[in-house]
Every structure is written in C-alpha cells, then in structure tokens.
Design a protein around this ligand. Sequence first.
Ligand code: XIL
Length: 344
Amino acid sequence: TGLGKLYENDFTIGTAVSGWTFSQNDTELLDLVKHEFNSITPENALKWSRVHPAENEWRFDIGDRFVEFGLENNMQIVGHVLVWHSQVPHTIFQDESGNAVSKNILLKRMENHISTLVDRYKGKINAWDVVNESVTPEDGWRKSPWFEIAGPEFMDKAFHLAHEADPDCHLLYNDYGMVNPKRRDFVVKMVKDFQKKGVPIHGIGMQGHFSLDSPDITEIEASIEAFASTGLRVHITELDVDVLPSRWSSSAEISNRADYSEELNPYTEGLPPKIDDKLTKRYEDLFKLFLKHRDKIDRVTFWGTTDAQSWKNNFPVRGRTNYPLLFDRERNPKNAYHAVAGLK
Ligand code: XIL
C-alpha cells in the first residue's frame, strides 16, 4: 500500500531526495518514493550554496525537477532551507576585501535570496524551513555569522520576507537536538516571542537525527508537547536512527588507526540480527509515539530513502556503513519498515 497511504489520516510521510536521484534520473528509486511517500524534501538542491552559489548566479535545474516531481505525484512539497550558517557561500558575509559586511548589506542579500527563491515556487512548495539551527543548547543563540552581523532579528526578517513572497506557505523553524531540555525551553521562549511580535511562523521542525537508545522516548514526547503548546504544528523533519557507536572524531584521526576504524565501523558485513531487532523496536516505539500525538504532528520525514544514500554513512565520520532508514541497500523494506507499517 505504501506508508503515505497507510498513515494518510495521521500525518504525511516524507523522504529527503538527493539531487543525484534527479540528475541521474534514477527512476527505480523515484518509483519507490512515489509508492511509499506523500511528502518530499530536497536533501541539498535548494540550499543556498547549491541554488545561489554567487551573487548573480542561480541554479534552479534540480530544484525545478524536484518540484515538478512533487506536483506530478500530488505530494506535499517541502523547501529546505532559506537561512542557515552551513552550506552557504562564505562570501555573502564579506565585502570585496574580505571584511565582514554591514548588517544592512547582509540583510539585503538575505532579502534577495528569500524573495527570489520563495517567489519562484510560490503555490507549489507547501512548507519552507525558513531558519535552520540558530539555537545552541548551552547559551541560547548560536553565534553564527548571521547572528554576529545581524543579531537575532535576522530571523524575524526572514519569516516576514518568506510570508510576503508566499502568504499561503507554512513556515517552519527547524533544528536538531530539540529534545535537550535547555534547547527545548529556549525554542519555546523564542516562538512565544515571535508570536508576540507578529512574526509569521506556523510550525516547529524537530530534525530527529536519533540513535538506537537516545534520546529517550519520554524526552521526545516532552518536546512534542512543549512545542505544540505554543499553538504551532510539529513536524519531524529529518528522521533517521544511527546504529553505529558515536564518537566525534576527525576522519584523519581514524584513518591513522585501523583498530579505531573497526571500532567505529563495526557492521561492514551486514547488520547483526540483534542490532536489527533494536532498530526495529526503536522505530516501532517512535511511530507509536508519533501516532499518540497525531493531533499535533503534521508530518514525519525520513532523511533519505535507503541506507545506501544516507548521509549517516559519512557523518560524523566519513566512510562508514550505517543502517539508519527503513529500506536496505538493495532498496528492499527492512524489518523496521514492516514494524512501522504494521502499526496501521
Ligand atoms: C546534510 C545532507 O544530508 C548531506 O548530503 C550534506 O552533505 C550535508 O547536509 N541537518 C540539516 C540537513 O538540516 O540539511 C543536513 O543534510 C543534515 C543535518
């Protein structure tokens, strides 16, 4: 039947699609996407550095094909992402001599970017991640160049500009680690502040890059409830479950130590059944939770479709064999898929 159809009365089920899928015209994968999902997000194609690599240069080819595919298949189309400190040309923060630009110039550049992009897909892209990752768990605002140059008002302005360009579009604040109580509280405070000031925001995106046993289901639930209590819709925007040992180390360090590399990449020959069982149980618990809160949740999007293309093979360490999604490297449904489908 397909997950999208199974869950159609609860929330949409989405997947991030890579630019490569469109440029290679991987019709087999696109058929799987059509069959299983009713929402799509472009994994990288609409990020600033891809779509707008230099001041007067726009590359819309992949974005256009992505949107066309969504329209042809009657899907919810999500735009990702308008304002972020990552995957953005560093030149937007600089003048010709390499010094930091003024707040005024930076906000003008942001205005040009948002207005052009949102306007191009007006009425087609249904929801945009307007601002991504601008909060840290430790001390509130992330000290990104956006924040350093323009102060937190860059966010207010970004939402207003997106809303002006497409008044019907659903606008989101998106971040990771949204289960951390400090970040949760800060985001709730920030959203209430937006609402007081009349900043047009409609949803909160919890990325959902989880691992096998963290965060705790009760903590995820606390965040869903806290975010929904603001009156905004909750979206799970980038769901995956990392099954590998986590260790924040540089790839250089790892390639120097064979034992270390084995420790960090233990399942190159396949996922042992015991771990696959844990993954299945984890997905089952997550979807039970999402179903329990279906009145608050609009969408659950996976960050990728099959294990083969997942960014988790390369993050936080390059060249690992990870198993974070519902479809295996041969594009077949895993036990976790059947568990999620079986809840309906
Ligand atoms: C990731 C992509 O999956 C990778 O292909 C890319 O190299 C880096 O970005 N949070 C986000 C996403 O909001 O845009 C990121 O996507 C994953 C983390």
